[in-house]
Ligand binder design. Structure first.
Ligand code: ADP
Ligand code: MG
Length: 254
């Protein structure tokens, strides 16, 4: 994906680094000493029981949540707490949620143009051309002038992916992107994500889709009770989980 020369970074190395990250919600210690390094081009699937902190982990990576201690860097730059610099860095992190979160009163094309014109200050014609190209890429080019409610769930989620991609993010976070979809629409979204992974996008994907984890992930991160309990390749993790927590979790879902 094309990036401004100014934003161009070395072609290798660590893109997202969390070190010693802690987060509480009141008395609840929801992220406990999280150390996680994601390399450029890597696809990391995060799995774990409900309430283990997976969504909070994603939300701290783009500063939808602040952290109590520890550090997060994106492409070598620390995430600031607030301000204009935060908005710019946050735009480097694309996020796709379970609930598609499209602007209901904007057309599909407008949804994909908005961040480009407002945050990236892209000229309108250029934003439109790029928006249409991205909508084509995720297979919803013919829906550009409709409103989100006129689309199926699978189509809306693909628009949400296109909207995130329009910002030229350095990393894409997906938080259970197919959990709210009717079963017959899950694959069309996973296929777009598979293609993105093949194209070299750095991705963090929280999902219960173990087929996707097996085929697309370079690494599986298993979380429980706010901790990273286990990290392994998909092959290792699914065939030979080391921890009892992971064994127990897998026995329930597989
Ligand atoms: P997961 O995505 O793995 O299901 P979450 O990160 O959503 O887990 O939540 C981890 C824990 O933090 C849960 O116990 C949840 O209830 C709690 N939690 C999440 N968000 C908040 C919040 N904004 N305020 C208070 N507690 C929260
Ligand atoms: Mg969650």
């Amino acid at each position: 994906m094309a990036k401004d020369a100014e934003d161009a970074a070395p072609a290798s190395g660590d893109l997202v680094v969390l070190s010693g990250v802690n987060k509480h919600f009141g008395a609840l210690h929801v992220l406990q000493d999280i150390d996680l390094t994601i390399a450029r081009g890597e696809v990391v699937v995060v799995i774990g029981p409900s309430g283990s902190g997976k969504s909070t982990l994603c939300r701290t990576i783009n500063r939808l949540e602040t952290v109590d201690s520890g550090a997060i860097t994106i492409d070598g730059k620390p995430l600031p707490q607030e301000g204009r610099e935060l908005a710019r860095l946050r735009a480097d992190v694309g996020m796709v949620f379970q609930s598609f979160n499209l602007f209901a009163h904007k057309t599909v094309l407008e949804n994909v143009m908005l961040g480009q014109t407002k945050v990236r200050r892209t000229e309108k014609a250029q934003a439109e051309a790029k928006g249409r190209a991205l909508l084509d890429r995720v297979g919803v080019g013919t829906q550009a002038d409709k409103y989100p409610a006129q689309l199926s769930g699978g189509q809306q989620q693909r628009v949400a992916i296109a909207r995130a991609l329009a910002m030229d993010p350095k990393v894409m976070l997906f938080d259970e992107p197919t959990s709210a979809l009717d079963p017959e629409m899950i694959n069309e979204v996973l296929e777009v994500m598979q293609q993105l992974a093949r194209d070299g996008m750095t991705m963090v994907v929280v999902t219960h889709e173990m087929g996707f984890a097996r085929s697309a992930a370079n690494r599986v991160v298993f979380m429980a009770d706010g901790k990273i309990v286990e990290e392994a390749t998909p092959d290792q993790f699914f065939s030979n989980p080391r921890s009892d927590r992971a064994k127990d979790f897998l026995s329930k879902i597989l």
